[in-house]
Structures are given as structure tokens and as C-alpha cells.
Design a protein around this ligand. Structure first.
Ligand code: NAD
Ligand code: MG
Length: 459
């Protein structure tokens, strides 16, 4: 954030204003408050490993307060009772405020998640505002159907908000993930929400809570409670008064939250989980394009400390399993958690590095001879998040797109996202879409209202 003295630092060759963290407390019922326990935890800059600031540490007691506020706002507050048009106008104002703070928000994600400042400034933060506007525009277009029943009856369906929604999000796209979850829920007929950001990246979520209030989102509608997974996160998953749970993170934790939901109030769950997304390059492909796309697919985002250690373990394992390390494989830089871009060849389908999600800058090259073999290898994973296809042959592109069991296929492109394009996995990459009109459905429930027509005896 621009300091009072306008101080700035050089970063990636750009002058960027210096970070100044304004919001470090939990946001519950429209107020920034300390944790009930009084505890705080540190959030670090993964580029240097240095502590940025301390954040109030929410746990079960704070989640209880946030859910109570969200429940009250849903059961008795104005948000679900106002028209979709009014809710949409507030969400548009929220998006306008994001636009006015793009640099401040981009810097928060840079220091918190180690993301590139320009990626935040040009893509993540404007993308978040775009997503919010998409759903703001949808808020007054939610309606059911009219049904002509047999026996001289008629019925109609109502699309009703599911209620209080719990959102648990990961650290790799703090702003994007926040709005993947929050914007359709708020637009969908007026749900209220409790967000548990990742412990690594709470800063931008708290800033968004402040902007939401400034935009006119009523108190209790949007609550943000930073804290750790096994405490705050688990309290969201098992809460008896949360009506729906939407989670993005690892498959391992996804299983835990689904279990907790099943053991508590059977709240419906949507999961966006890990992936092992292949990019299939056919021999007719434009080689320069293929190289650019696989680089983009593998080396775009950044890792944190735990992830850094995990990635180095996988690189070691790849070598022990007999794959050939062509380049990279080592940490780089003298601070932060950076690893060289790494490429393995001679990778066999059953090797751990070919099967597990590594979630780091490691590429495994696997050869194939026929289209059928490419499809078989691409499907030889428990995951099904996404896949890339690089070819000029439209018949191959169409056939392979239909044959791969994954939620998104990118042909001659990669990471092509749009608010109108649903995103979410197949198989163990989860279920329930973010983005697109599909995402609204996660936060709506359908009620059927039936009645006999005039002069129709019933019973
Ligand atoms: P993670 O599963 O460790 O954590 C995600 C969130 O869950 C965090 O907020 C964490 O605090 C919380 N959590 C941890 N334990 C919990 C528990 N017992 N109960 C409730 N909540 C708990 O994931 P991560 O390490 O933050 O992120 C990386 C993972 O997320 C990768 O596997 C990646 O593939 C996945 N991811 C998937 C998508 C997608 O769109 N499918 C997007 C981003 C990240
Ligand atoms: Mg983790």
C-alpha cells in the first residue's frame, strides 16, 4: 500500500508502493475484532521468509460467533429480503471499490503468497472484480420454472438461497479463490457467508471484508475468520448451523471436511481439489507454442515453505524411481522458497511423480505413439481437474476432448479462464463448479409449490 510518505520499492524491475497492512483482526458481524482466545499468528513473505505481521487467530469460538452473525443476517436481516437488483447494485459497488484499490490488493497477495505483483495487478485483482460483476448481473435473474402437472394441477419452482455458507480456501490464489466462492453465494438469492482464508494468506481477504462493508453489504452477511485448518477450518466443516460447505484445497483435506460434514448436519459439500493435469502434445503441433504452453502450465504459480519441502522430496523420489533429471531439481536463490524449473524424462506411468500431484515447478515427460495411447495415459490418474491438447488437427482435438475425463480442456491454450466458463474437477479432483451460471446452483435450492386448478377436486 502506498505509505504516507509515498515510499516504494523496486520489485521485478517495477516500482511498487511499499506494503502497509491495515487489517489484521477477524471480521465478524461487520466489525474487526480480536480472537476470543486473544491469540495471534504470524503471516510470512515466502519470497524472503520474513514475518509481515501478526493476524488474529480464529478458532472454534470465533467461528461460532461468525456463524451466529451470518445466521442472524440470513434469518432476520435485509440481505436475503432485498430484491436481486438491490443486491446486485451493492455487489457492483463492491467491485468498483476493488478497482480503486488494485495496487494495494496486488501488493498484499505479493507479500502473502509470493505472487508476482504484475500478475496481481493485471490479472488476479481485476479478475476478481470481473467475477463479482458477473454475479452482480446475475442477482436479479434467478428464477424457477412453471410446471403443468397432470390431474389438472399446476406447480412452480422457487430458487431459494441455501442459507449460511462456509467457505474454506487455499493460499495459491488468495483473491481469485475468495471471489470464486463469495460472489456467487452472495448473489444467489442472498446467502450469507463465513470465509476461512488459508493461514498463509489472510491479508487480502480481510481487506475485501472492509471493502464489502464500505460498499453497503450489511453486517453479518460476509464474515472472514483467519485461522488454522484443524481448528478454525474444522469448526466450519462440522458446524451444525452452516447449511452448505464449499472447499478448495488438497484432496486429503477435502476428504476430511466431507467426513466432518457427514458426521455433523449432513450439509452439502462442494470440493475443488488437487489435480494431475496432462498437456498432450501431438506431433503436428506448433513446437514453439507447445513449449510455451507447457512452460506456462508448469511454472506459472509460486510455492510456500511446506510446499517447497514437499516438492524437493518429489524431485528426489523421481530420481530414485529411475526417471532422468534433465534440468533443474535444486533450490535457487539465497532467500525465499524457490526451486529451479525442473524437467524429468523417461517417466513411466506408474512412477509416483507421474501419479501424485506435486504442485510445484516439476514437469514429467511421457511419450506416446497413437491417439488412443495418449488418451489412455491422460486418463491414467485418479484426478480429473484439467487437460491441455496441442495439435492443429481438429479431428484429434475434438476426439481427445471428449475422451478425457477432466472438468476443463484447453486446446492450443492453457489456463484460459472466464467468469462465464465453469471450472471444477472430475473424479478425485472434486465436484461442484466455480464460475459460470453453474456455480449459482451450489448456493440455491429448489422448492416445488403445487396446487390444484379451479374446480379440481382433491381427495
Ligand atoms: P490444504 O488442503 O492444505 O488447505 C486448504 C484449506 O483447508 C486451508 O484454508 C486450510 O487451512 C484448510 N484446512 C486444512 N486442514 C483442515 C481441516 N482439517 N479441516 C478444515 N479445513 C482445513 O491445501 P493448500 O495446501 O492450501 O493448497 C494446495 C492444494 O489446493 C493443492 O492440492 C491444490 O491442487 C489445491 N487447489 C485446487 C484448486 C482447484 O481449483 N481445484 C485450486 C487451488 C488449489
Ligand atoms: Mg497445505
Amino acid at each position: 500500500m502506498a505509505g504516507a510518505n509515498g515510499s516504494s520499492e523496486k520489485h521485478e524491475g517495477f516500482e511498487v508502493p511499499k506494503v502497509e497492512v491495515k487489517f489484521t483482526k477477524l471480521f465478524i458481524n461487520g466489525q474487526f475484532v480480536d480472537a476470543v482466545s486473544g491469540k495471534t499468528f504470524e503471516t510470512r513473505d515466502p519470497r524472503t521468509g520474513e514475518v509481515i505481521t501478526r493476524i488474529a487467530e480464529g478458532d472454534k469460538a470465533d467461528i461460532d460467533l461468525a456463524v451466529k452473525a451470518a445466521r442472524e443476517a440470513f434469518d432476520n436481516g435485509p440481505w436475503p429480503r432485498m430484491t436481486g437488483y438491490e443486491r446486485g447494485r451493492i455487489l457492483h459497488r463492491f467491485a468498483d471499490l476493488i478497482d480503486q484499490h488494485i495496487e494495494e490488493l496486488a501488493i498484499l497477495d505479493t507479500v502473502d503468497a509470493g505472487k508476482l505483483f504484475m500478475v496481481g495487478k493485471l490479472r488476479d485483482i481485476p479478475g476478481a472484480a470481473h467475477l463479482l460483476r458477473y454475479y452482480a448481473g446475475a442477482a436479479d435473474k434467478i428464477h424457477g420454472a412453471t410446471l403443468k402437472m397432470s390431474q389438472r394441477m399446476q406447480a412452480y419452482t422457487l430458487k431459494e438461497p441455501v442459507g449460511v455458507v462456509g467457505h474454506i480456501v487455499p493460499w495459491n490464489y488468495p483473491s481469485t479463490m475468495f471471489f470464486f466462492k463469495v460472489s456467487p453465494a452472495l448473489a444467489a438469492a442472498g446467502c450469507t457467508v463465513v470465509v476461512k482464508p488459508a493461514e498463509q494468506t489472510p491479508l487480502s481477504a480481510l481487506f475485501y471484508a472492509h471493502l464489502a462493508k464500505e460498499a453497503g453489504v450489511p453486517d453479518g452477511v460476509l464474515n472472514v475468520v483467519p485461522g488454522f485448518g484443524p481448528t478454525a477450518g474444522a469448526a466450519v466443516a462440522s458446524h451444525m448451523d452452516i447449511d452448505k460447505l464449499s472447499f478448495t484445497g488438497s484432496t486429503e483435506v477435502g476428504r476430511l471436511v466431507m467426513e466432518a460434514a457427514a458426521k455433523s448436519n449432513l450439509k452439502p459439500v462442494s470440493l475443488e481439489l488437487g489435480g494431475k493435469s496432462p498437456v498432450i502434445v501431438f506431433d503436428d503441433a506448433d513446437v514453439d507454442m507447445a513449449v510455451n504452453l507447457v512452460n506456462f502450465a508448469t511454472y506459472t504459480n509460486k510455492v510456500d515453505k511446506d510446499q517447497y519441502e514437499k516438492v524437493l522430496k518429489y524431485i528426489n523420489l523421481g530420481q530414485r524411481e529411475g526417471a532422468t533429471l534433465v534440468t533443474g531439481g535444486k533450490p535457487c536463490g539465497d532467500k525465499g522458497y524457490y526451486i529451479e524449473p525442473t524437467i524429468f524424462t523417461d517417466v513411466k506411468d506408474d512412477m509416483t511423480i507421474a501419479q501424485d500431484e506435486i504442485f510445484g515447478p516439476v514437469m514429467s515427460l511421457i511419450k506416446f505413439k497413437t491417439v488412443e495411447e495418449a488418451i489412455q495415459k491422460a486418463n491414467n490418474t485418479r484426478y480429473g481437474l484439467a487437460a491441455g491438447i496441442v495439435t492443429k488437427n481438429i479431428d484429434i482435438a475434438n476426439t481427445v476432448s471428449r475422451s478425457i475425463r477432466a472438468g476443463v480442456i484447453w486446446i492450443n491454450c492453457y489456463f484460459a479462464f472466464d467468469p462465464d466458463a465453469p471450472f471444477g474437477g472430475y473424479k478425485m479432483s472434486g465436484f461442484g463448479k466455480d464460475m459460470g451460471m453453474d456455480a449459482l446452483e451450489k448456493y440455491l435450492q429448489t422448492k416445488t409449490v403445487a396446487t390444484p386448478l379451479y374446480n379440481t377436486p382433491w381427495l
